[in-house]
Design a protein around this ligand. Sequence first.
Ligand SMILES: [Zn+2]
Length: 97
Amino acid sequence: MANDAEKLSAAETLRKTRTFGKVRCHNPSCMERLEPSPGTDHIKCATCGMEYRIYWVRPDLPRIRGPVWEVNRKIAAVALSRKLTTPKNESHAKEGV
Ligand SMILES: [Zn+2]
């Protein structure tokens, strides 16, 4: 919980000028830019469906506080079950070697 109170480092102070008013989706395979409406406490990525809790450093400066686990776990579970039911084409991948 102490991590939540992490001070803004100099790098982060710089970064906030670049991504002013926007946050980046934390899904590594998505990275979509999200623009939360002022005062909202969470945002849903329109691209991958992940939801994040928003925390406002200043009224015009949103940051992602963390994922909404109930939603993202559900998405991960669906993705996993899809992976399990879809046979992986491992032999195909090895053919190229
Ligand atoms: Zn996303």
